[in-house]
Ligand binder design. Structure first.
Ligand code: NAP
Ligand code: MG
Length: 400
């Protein structure tokens, strides 16, 4: 067959350890035989970040803004232990994901890959639930303190103009604990825009929930900005796409989510998203099956797996062992990026190919061929066989 042509490159960010090995296998076995792949390649592996003083991460993020689509491999965020493992490191480089998120001003959307032979813990969930977590402020940039004596706490804002605004937080009659938190209008608005953009690209309903009955001003501001963005910029497109935007209180949302069939995007404030994304991931099955997309307010998208570099498997791989590391989330990062590139460039062949990569992967699992992490999760009575990563990818390639 003739290879599928691309017109614009996508940004390829290579990474570390076991996921770097899977990266090469996915390209060799599933993509390069079929697609005339055009990428702008950035090596975000730890040693390349070190030799470029992390400039490569910044360059990759800027290239993503320019080209609109990226796919990223998992990368090591160095800590003290890694500094010993890699003595050549000149600095404890920051998380690449943090750097990229800041440059793209993006929101991460996490969605599980679902299939009939692995049922979610919640029986009525038929389609994935995607979580969008606001990744700025609130408790994560708060200050706390304790006090020992009776007294009063006052919240004061000093404007650059010299104007002041003050509020009494509380007068207490004994020891107490306090917290001051904030969020920024621009950050909430960027979050809202990313959510509306992503809902449109997925043609899925968008839910947003907060607690504006209690935090009337704080959460009320989130609610107001979402509504304002919806009314002024997205309502017409949502109606055309046949999808809805829906705000409800967080407690009502939790109850509705559990009773739902799934198949929507749930936008949450920072803390709510932190908690609920772990709940959704656990209820759907496995970290190895969670995908992630970083979406900018302008619709730029960077696709990746939610999991890390799977270090323990890599150490065994280096000893010459074949490992059974699950490549599904990394495959879906590639297919997502190819589909998005195809949509933006009006290349239906490329979109179809991305879809076929996903179908072939899912069919392989449904045929009972899977990596070993999934074996304990399959429905009772389902016949499944555990294989190593390479056998699994070969099985997908033969179906593709
Ligand atoms: P991890 O790489 O996600 O792995 C944690 C454990 O989860 C693994 O040891 C493995 O369990 C299981 N697992 C995760 N993905 C799997 C897969 N695809 N197939 C099979 N099993 C899988 O998390 P970590 O060990 O905490 O972090 C390792 C490195 O990744 C760190 O250096 C961290 O900085 C980095 N990291 C990067 C990203 C990113 O780039 N987005 C995200 C998170 C972490 P078993 O060993 O029991 O089989
Ligand atoms: Mg969490």
């Amino acid at each position: 067959m003739e290879k599928i042509k691309m017109t614009t490159p996508l940004v390829e960010m290579d990474g570390d350890e076991m996921t770097r090995i899977l990266w090469g296998m996915i390209k060799d076995k599933l993509i390069l035989p079929f697609v005339d792949l055009k990428t702008e390649y950035y090596d975000l592996g730890l040693l390349s970040r070190n030799t470029t003083k992390d400039q490569v991460t910044v360059d990759a993020a800027n290239a993503t803004r320019r080209l609109g689509v990226a796919v990223k491999c998992a990368t090591i965020t160095p800590n003290r232990q890694r500094m010993e493992e890699y003595p050549e490191l000149t600095e404890m480089w920051k998380s690449p994901n943090g750097t990229i998120r800041a440059i793209l001003d993006g929101t991460a959307f996490r969605a599980p890959i679902v299939l009939p032979c692995i049922k979610p813990v919640v029986k009525n969930w038929e389609a994935p639930i995607t979580i969008a977590r606001h990744a700025y402020g609130d408790m994560y940039k708060a200050v706390d303190m304790t006090t020992e004596e009776p007294g009063t706490a006052v919240l004061t804002f000093k404007g650059e103009s010299g104007a002041e605004k003050a509020l009494c937080v509380q007068t207490v009659d004994g020891p107490a604990v306090w917290q001051g938190q904030h969020n920024k209008e621009t950050s909430i608005r960027a979050f809202a825009r990313s959510c509306f953009q992503y809902a449109l690209s997925q043609k899925q309903d968008l839910w947003f929930s907060a607690k504006d009955t209690i935090a009337k001003i704080y959460d009320g501001e989130f609610k107001r900005i979402f509504e304002e963005e919806y009314e002024t910029s997205y309502k017409a497109e949502f109606e055309k796409a046949g999808i809805t935007y829906f705000y409800t209180l967080i407690d009502d949302a939790v109850a509705r989510v559990v009773r739902s069939k799934g198949g929507f995007i749930w936008a949450l404030k920072n803390y709510d998203g932190d908690v609920m994304s772990d709940m959704i991931a656990a209820a759907f099955g496995s970290l190895a099956m969670m995908t992630s997309v970083l979406v900018s307010p302008d619709g730029t998208m960077e696709f990746e797996a939610s999991h890390g570099t799977v270090t323990r498997h890599y150490y065994r791989y280096r000893q010459g062992e074949k490992t059974s590391t699950n490549p599904m989330a990394t495959i879906f990062a590639w297919s997502g990026a190819l589909k998005r590139r195809g949509e933006l460039d009006h290349l239906p062949e490329l979109v179809r190919f991305g879809q076929r990569m996903e179908d072939a992967s899912l069919r392989t699992l449904e045929d009972g061929i899977m990596t070993k992490d999934l074996l304990p999760l399959v429905e009772p009575g389902f016949q499944a066989r555990g294989v190593d990563s390479e056998e699994f990818l070969d099985a997908i390639a033969s179906r593709l």
